[in-house]
Design a protein around this ligand. Structure first.
Ligand code: MOS
Length: 741
């Protein structure tokens, strides 16, 4: 790396990488506590009903057991423990306030003991008798009672534009199809974990969370205590993907238990407990109608999406969002409906709505292309949306045409045959498919602190999170450029609710929200440092014109006469040895209403299908993305690898299987819940357009956490169709579905 070159964009190694591989990085369940006690959650074994009785006598008498907390003795919470914030900010939790059971695997008790072994043993000795009521577990049957959610994710439930019936009449080539995606469960390597410690009225939570501030707010409001008395610490998170975007029951239960036993308590969820009480991607059933003229011009589009929610809270997989903004179709109807089941409440899961919605939309577009005998890429370009078609706002930046063109070139799209099941290599059927990727470019208010210290280093901080995404690294790069300091002289802190507030690291918004705050705080601190030096008669740069002065590698220096230079440490020492400290808060402005902010991409996939056995391999994926300016080419590349690999998993493997009688998931473990391993992944070729978004923030940065997964499952389904002539509309695409003729 050359000196004076901006650090932003460079493929800097993760600054926390060494800490992670040496085990020095401390995760939530690794924080020590004096006389730390361990909590084990006991969950329900019925899907609906109530607890008739709990016999905790034997469990209570076992060695080391401190408390068996059930609905009979749990502290009563204000408002019955109901959410003090509207969902999804506050969730409907299971906090032992009554004896009702709403789903199988719902928390019904917590056993706290001096060791994890004692707590685990005692948890097995609890005798619970249930009153079982017939549960609703059949999506298809319950669909008859589907209801419209109220403003899911703050967006419109249903939309209409133009005249759908007239559009349908105008389009002689039509597609009518139903696509489904299964329930999926987030399985970050690090399951949820919390350690709660009370010091008088002060509660400290070490929690694996995507939002320290959100967790503080939700927990304090649920417990009925002052948020100022709650501090949430989360320096490292072993993956979040949405399930750690909410404070779930175990977090509040941990705080309640710690208070009751008067000792710090740690609760780490067991892997099977990841399947129920902490969210999932719901099952979706998506009805699509497309109509087009013979030249491919779309005349009508209809998308009705059904997804399951729980009995206790409405949570909607917003599948239609992608449909509303993707193509220049004048006549459109979209709707979301919820199907209540006796399951845990679903939640955000990597590109919630866009992952599932893009599967349906981009599969339907492919089906239409075949019906039109038109190249699927040409069909997309034919209906390219120059402006956001629902609200008629200009896109803040859209280089999707470049994504298509570069992707097609890199992939060799022109070599694709125009007939299904026509490309072959011996027993291997070869298929090529593509899809559009897209995800909103979100940004929220965020604050950051910059402190230039007398030793010549800088402490820069924000109450944001690093989920493994690279926040520590990219924010250090942004700070280094804005301050004019070397990255090794910057210490970036995050994951602490006592730091200046930042939003939840969800919705791909952290980079776009926090980087402008870090930049602003650092620029202001840098300007104060320069002013201090210029005003100081003892400084070698005293008297230099302010426009001539810059900061390089921690030295305030004259651009025209680099021999005139003054190191930060000396400047601060002469000024009394006090640090320079700035807190800056920045937020989006009027541009949010003026433009539609989205990222885009094009995904091209080649699959190899064994003609006799139906086994499918994704041989290669080419993805080209327009995500604004890339902060770090290496961590950004890793983000896209993660997204695409998950897309491959969602397309071909992932599926939580529900036992229709008992409402438990039958594959609630990492052996039977299939995700890709290295051997499942072929060549991934990822390109960034790297064009700054001129409107989103001063850095031109959009988030990249989620777009990578979008479009992948459709591109694979489309490639499988091209290879085999079999259209799979129900994920995952397993070999049995390809073998059927
Ligand atoms: Mo993301 S699913 O918004 O954490």
């Amino acid at each position: 790396m050359k000196m004076n070159e901006p650090l932003v964009g460079q493929p800097l190694d993760r600054i926390d990488g060494l800490m992670k591989v040496t085990g020095e990085a401390r995760y939530a369940a690794e924080f020590p506590g004096a006389r730390l006690a361990h909590g084990v959650i006991v969950t329900s074994t019925i899907a609906r009903g109530s607890i008739a009785s709990i016999d905790a006598g034997r469990a209570q008498s076992l060695p080391g057991v401190l408390l068996v907390m059930t609905y009979q003795n749990a502290p009563r919470l204000p408002n019955g423990g109901r959410p003090a914030l509207a969902p999804p900010a506050g969730r409907h939790l299971s906090l032992l306030q009554d004896n009702e059971v709403h789903y199988n695997n719902e928390p019904v008790a917590v056993v706290i003991a001096d060791t994890l072994e004692h707590a685990t043993d005692a948890a097995h000795q609890l005798r619970i008798v249930y009153r079982d009521t017939a549960a609703t577990l059949d999506f298809t049957r319950a669909k008859a009672n589907a209801h419209a959610p109220d403003k899911p994710q703050g967006r419109q439930t249903d939309t209409t534009r133009g005249d759908f019936a007239a559009g349908l009449a105008d389009g002689p080539v039509r597609i009518d199809a139903v696509y489904t995606t299964p329930i999926e469960h987030h399985n970050p390597m690090e399951p949820h974990a919390t350690m709660a410690q009370w010091d008088g009225p002060q509660l400290t939570l070490y929690d694996s969370t995507q939002g320290v501030t959100g967790t503080r707010t939700a927990v304090s409001k649920t417990l009925g205590i002052d948020p100022d008395n709650v501090r949430v610490i989360s320096p490292f998170v072993g993956g979040g993907f949405g399930c750690k975007g909410s404070a779930w029951s175990h977090v509040v239960l941990c705080a309640m238990a710690a208070k009751q036993v008067g000792r710090p308590v740690r609760i780490a969820l067991e892997r099977p407990q990841m399947f129920g009480p902490v969210g999932s991607r719901p099952h979706t059933e998506q009805h699509f109608t497309l109509a087009a003229k013979h030249d491919g011009t779309l005349t009508a589009m209809r998308h009705d999406s059904f997804s399951n929610t729980s009995m206790i809270e409405d949570w909607t997989e917003t599948c239609c969002m992608v449909t509303r903004m993707s193509y220049a179709v004048p006549n459109q109807v979209t709707s979301h409906r919820l199907v209540q089941l006796n399951l845990g409440t679903p939640t955000f899961m990597r590109a919630p709505g866009e992952t599932t919605g893009s599967f349906a939309l981009e599969s339907a577009m492919d089906e239409l292309a075949w019906a039109l005998k038109m190249d699927p890429l040409a069909l997309r370009i034919k209906n390219y949306a120059e402006e956001e078609p629902q609200e008629h706002r200009p896109f803040s930046g859209k280089s999707l045409r470049d994504c298509y063109a570069i992707g097609a070139e890199k992939f060799g799209w022109s070599k694709r045959s125009a007939t299904p099941r026509s490309m072959r290599d011996g027993h291997t059927l070869i298929g090529m498919g593509m899809a559009t990727a897209t995800y909103p470019a979100n940004r929220s208010e965020a604050a950051a602190l910059a402190r230039i210290q007398p030793d010549g280093t800088a402490m820069v901080a924000s109450g944001t999170q690093d989920l493994g995404t690279g926040t520590y690294t990219v924010m250090t790069q942004v700070a280094a450029d804005a301050l004019g300091f070397a990255p090794e002289n910057i210490h970036f802190a995050l994951g602490d609710s006592s730091l200046p507030k930042a939003p939840v690291s969800g919705g791909s918004q952290s980079a776009a929200s926090v980087s402008p705050a870090v930049r602003e705080a650092c620029l202001q601190a840098r300007n104060q440092l320069i002013a201090l030096a210029l005003a100081d008669a003892a400084s070698p740069i005293h008297g230099t014109a302010i426009d001539d002065v810059t900061v390089e590698n921690g030295w305030v220096v004259s651009r025209t006469d680099p021999s005139r230079r003054d190191p930060t440490g000396a400047i601060l020492a002469r000024a009394g040895g006090k640090p320079i400290e700035v807190v800056a808060t920045v937020k989006p402005g009027a541009e949010k209403q003026q433009y539609a902010f989205h990222s885009f991409g094009a995904v091209f996939v080649e699959v190899h299908v064994d003609a006799d056995l139906g086994t499918i391999r994704v041989a290669r994926v080419v993805g080209v993305y327009d995500v604004g300016r890339v902060l770090n080419r290496k961590t950004a590349h890793s983000q896209m690898i993660g997204g695409i690999v998950w897309g491959i998993g969602a397309a071909m493997q992932e599926e939580t299987v529900l036992d229709p009688h008992y409402g438990r998931f039958t594959n609630a473990n990492l052996a039977e819940y299939h995700v890709p391993v290295n051997a499942d992944i072929g060549a991934l070729d990822i390109t960034f357009i790297d064009r700054p978004d001129p409107h989103i923030n001063p850095l031109g940065v959009r988030g990249i956490g989620e777009i990578g997964i979008t479009g992948v499952s459709a591109a694979i389904a489309n490639a499988v169709y091209h290879a085999t002539g079999v259209r799979v509309r129900d994920l995952p695409i397993t070999l049995d579905k390809v073998m059927r003729t």
